[in-house]
Design a protein around this ligand. Structure first.
Ligand code: GLV
Ligand code: MN
Ligand code: MN
Length: 441
């Protein structure tokens, strides 16, 4: 399909032709540089608390300091850079995203929001512009849940909603979050110190690639996110009976993988029956995992999402009933641990308006759209008015090394984020009166 490219606006502050791509090339270079922090040479895999993640943390700390921010890394290894406003100590407008990635990731999911936010502050610092609010850049540590079953752990800690039991969650090698934090220079024991007070943060705004095709299909570069779909995540354990692949007759087997396979198809069927409901089995572990042994035990994950909490809850209950029925018929055991549930979250109307205003100020037409993916903004919405700015990505591809954006769009992303911060600064009350109101909340 032939698609129109968005136009590139003149920089509001710059003039002449040279100002057109004031931020894009440098941002793309930094995104490439950050992608070199990987656990696996030849691909981008940067899971929470891996050495690659810790190296990325150190790099981001340095970039924040260079951009004129005072830098603090919290006990869970989220990095915060603060650029004071006209009067030090005022509430902050927080902008940012996450540094961790999925396994074999693209370069833009999370990293774009962090590095564009640093570029915004670097521009404020370069021109000496101070706002009424402080601006804080957040580089959250753990959003993806790609190492531990803990996704959105670090923003949850910021809003005071992280459950302590998540610190004991283990990765595939049996290492707990607590142990990994100790090895990475963090401190699980101090996780409550990550929490911030309502009065400290006036608003949160996250720039992110869309991870879907809506913007590209409409020939638009930027969108304002209206809501984030709800999700539920479970781990299913199927217990069959291991045996000899050559001697046990087909009719006498209790094959854990054959049962799990039927369950995966049942999950697909339940999700397909509902509009806008999606469900994914993304990881499946077969034990003992030998060519000549009937699988005795299988573990797999379920990730189910919908814009409607009622639909998601009903479908999840239906799916659990289907799994139990399959297990019973096949004579295997089934355990279902539903370890995380995030309700659908409407983003703040005032922040959405500020984002639309900013997109228009960049000469672009704003599209209001929901997010199928989960984001730290959905967590931040528990603490403060929150919103998101989506940037078009090629073919809507994400969680895949083929993720791509253009340099012109990257440039627009920084400009729009800067304009949105200014719009929020004008709109959000930062007076002592408001601070006092928040203190009482
Ligand atoms: C994060 O990318 C998620 O939506 O799983
Ligand atoms: Mn992301
Ligand atoms: Mn992601």
């Amino acid at each position: 399909m032939k698609r129109k490219q968005g136009t590139v606006p003149q920089s509001r502050r710059g003039s002449g032709k040279g100002a057109a791509l004031m931020f894009g090339p440098a941002l793309m270079a930094r995104l490439d540089a950050l992608a070199r922090f990987t656990e696996v040479p030849g691909e981008l895999t940067r899971r929470y608390l891996s050495p690659a993640h810790v190296d990325a943390v150190r790099q981001v700390e340095a970039w924040m300091a260079q951009a004129g921010m005072s830098v603090r890394t919290d006990p869970l290894l989220s990095v915060y850079g603060r650029y004071e406003g006209r009067r030090p100590g005022r509430p902050a407008i927080m902008i940012g995203s996450h540094l961790d990635t999925v396994v074999d990731a693209g370069k833009y999911d999370g990293a774009l929001g962090v590095l564009a936010a640093i570029a915004v502050v670097a521009e404020l610092d370069r021109t000496g512009e101070r706002l009424d609010h402080a601006v804080e850049v957040a580089a959250f540590g753990e959003e993806e849940g790609s190492r531990f079953p803990t996704n959105i752990l670090t923003s949850s800690a910021l809003v005071g909603a992280a459950r302590p039991r998540l610190l004991e969650a283990k990765d595939a090698a049996g290492v707990s979050v607590r142990e990994a934090l100790a090895a990475a220079g963090g401190d699980a024991g101090a996780f409550r110190d990550c929490a911030r007070k309502k009065r400290e943060i006036a608003a949160y705004l996250e720039l992110h690639i869309e991870q879907g095709p809506a913007l590209e299909d409409k020939g638009l570069a930027l969108g304002a996110v209206t809501a984030i779909n709800g999700s539920v995540r479970s781990i299913v354990t199927v217990s069959g009976f291991a045996g000899h692949a050559g001697t046990v007759p087909m009719g006498s087997r209790r094959d854990g993988l054959a049962a799990a396979s039927e369950m995966v198809l049942a999950i697909e069927r339940v999700a397909t029956a509902e509009r806008d409901l999606v469900a994914t089995v993304g990881r499946l572990k077969v034990l003992p995992g030998a060519q000549n042994v009937i699988p005795g035990r299988v573990e797999f994950t379920i990730d189910m999402r919908s814009p409607s909490d009622a639909v998601r809850r009903r479908a999840h209950a239906e799916l659990i009933a289907a799994l139990r029925q399959i297990a019973e018929r096949r004579g295997v055991g089934v355990g279902i641990d539903t370890f995380q549930e995030n309700p659908a979250t409407a983003l703040d109307a005032g922040v959405i308006d500020a984002v639309c205003e900013a997109i228009a100020a960049c000469g672009q037409k704003p599209l209001r759209l929901p997010s199928g993916a989960g984001h730290d903004a959905g967590v931040m919405a528990k603490l403060c008015p929150s919103g998101m700015l989506f940037l078009r990505c090629k073919d809507g591809i994400s969680h895949n090394p083929a993720e791509a954006i253009t340099v012109a769009d990257a440039d627009l992303g920084v400009r729009a984020l800067l304009e949105a911060v200014r719009a929020l600064d004008r709109a959000a009350p930062s007076s002592r009166r408001r601070s006092r109101e928040r203190e009482r909340e």
